[in-house]
Write a protein that binds this ligand. Structure first.
Ligand code: AMP
Length: 216
């Protein structure tokens, strides 16, 4: 069982690309943000506790996140897992290494989706997500075929609460402070690959698939 981590700022296209990769490669997509949103929607105690932090753009406690990820990996029902949104700090990267050891899985590579800052803010304002499968749309640049309805699964599209402008700024700061250091961390371990994410979703998917197939 192999794991590929998708690294990138909010709005870099991690979710957009990962869902398309699932349809293309049959791998599994593990999005910690999506897992938290679904727990909050179901009203589980940990989901409700995390909701306030998510709404403010802050990180939720490591233990909750690591627990959710290892639970999913323990199912072991795929050869390749795409991790989206985890790890987000160096401490989480260390935790991931421990989880992978326990599951006897290996980290094949970490792919950074590179997108200029100005593009990130534009993508996040006007973003819509499917309330069920997590597919990502944009009111101007990536419209669904039928307004308000997911092309992929037919569920309703919503605006994420943390896509409000003030929260977006906070999330971009949290990324710079806490997550961006992971780029150097993985680079020194020889695991980092870069993919230009400032292109159409289809082009990014092709580039990512090629990068993964080529191997480390
Ligand atoms: P995302 O869907 O990846 O943008 O995540 C949405 C929000 O969920 C983040 O802004 C955090 O509040 C929370 N979150 C997701 N993944 C993590 C993580 N690995 N560690 C801490 N908080 C997370």
């Amino acid at each position: 069982m192999d794991v590929v981590v998708l690294l990138g700022a909010p709005g870099a296209g991690k979710g957009t690309t990962a869902i398309r990769m699932v349809d293309r490669l049959g791998c599994r997509h593990l999005s910690t943000g999506q897992m938290l949103r679904s727990r909050a929607a179901r009203g589980t105690p940990d989901g409700k506790q995390a909701e306030a932090l998510v709404a403010k753009g802050e990180l939720v406690p490591d233990a909750l996140i690591a627990g959710m990820v290892s639970e999913q990996l323990a199912e072991g029902d795929a050869e390749l897992y795409l991790l989206d949104g985890f790890p987000r700090t160096v401490r989480q990267a260390e935790r991931l290494a421990g989880v992978l050891e326990t599951q006897r899985a290996s980290l094949r590579m970490v792919v950074l989706l590179d997108v200029p800052k100005a593009v990130l803010a534009r993508r996040l304002s006007g973003r819509l997500v499917c309330s069920d499968c997590g597919m990502v749309y944009h009111v101007e640049t990536l419209k669904p075929e039928r307004e308000g309805v997911c092309d992929r699964c037919g569920a309703t599209l919503v605006t994420r609460r943390d896509d409000q402008p003030e929260t977006v700024l906070r999330r971009l700061d949290v990324y710079e402070e806490r997550t961006a250091p992971l780029i150097a961390w993985y680079e020194t371990r020889g695991l980092l690959k870069r993919v230009d994410g400032d292109r159409s979703p289809d082009e990014v998917v092709v580039a990512l698939a090629e990068t993964i197939e080529k191997g480390p």
